[in-house]
Design a protein around this ligand. Structure first.
Ligand SMILES: Cc1cc2nc3c(=O)[nH]c(=O)nc-3n(C[C@H](O)[C@H](O)[C@H](O)COP(=O)(O)O)c2cc1C
Length: 143
């Protein structure tokens, strides 16, 4: 199974989460076709991937108004008709409906979003392992 990873990150947490998820998936025998920024997506890595993982960070007023940062950039990702995708976000206190909003946007570029995980920025290791394990369990079953 090959995954492309696309990330929006301001201070590095989401990029680190992406690297951790990619490393865990590789330990499980997956290939990573590329890790690139949402605003400069590596088109070839998306084309070669069986699944595209899209990550960003939670922006809001901490207890309300949470949304994925860079929603406009997410909506301008290349068309992903026929591709599977999964979404993830990092957060400090409460992600609110960030994942639901990401799912709507990534579905809007044509991908079939199979799930997602919000990762507490203090628990990236554990959360990345959980996300990777869920992907490894879910994706073969969807073949
Ligand atoms: C302007 C700003 C607003 C934020 N709003 C929220 C929020 O509403 N809820 C939350 O849980 N975290 C919030 N955060 C925390 C970030 O989502 C968190 O630190 C995230 O891991 C940053 O990812 P990055 O390091 O990849 O940029 C906010 C951070 C910033 C800078």
């Amino acid at each position: 199974m090959d995954a492309a990873i696309l990330v929006e990150s301001l201070t590095g947490n989401t990029w680190k989460a992406a690297e951790l998820v990619g490393a865990k998936l590789q330990e499980e025998g997956w290939g990573i076709t590329g890790l690139s920024r949402v605003r400069r997506p590596d088109h070839a890595s998306i084309q070669r991937a069986d699944i595209v993982l899209v990550g960003t960070w939670t922006h809001g007023l901490f207890v309300f108004g949470q949304a994925p940062w860079g929603i406009g950039a997410l909506s301008q990702l290349p068309a992903m008709q026929g591709k599977r995708a999964a979404v993830f976000c990092t957060f400090a206190l409460n992600p609110g409906k960030t994942l639901d909003k990401m799912t709507a946007v990534i579905s809007g570029v044509g991908a079939d979003v199979i799930g997602g995980l919000a990762m507490n920025r203090m628990k990236l290791d554990r959360n990345a392992e959980e996300f990777a394990a869920r992907l490894v369990d879910a994706v073969p079953a969807l073949q």
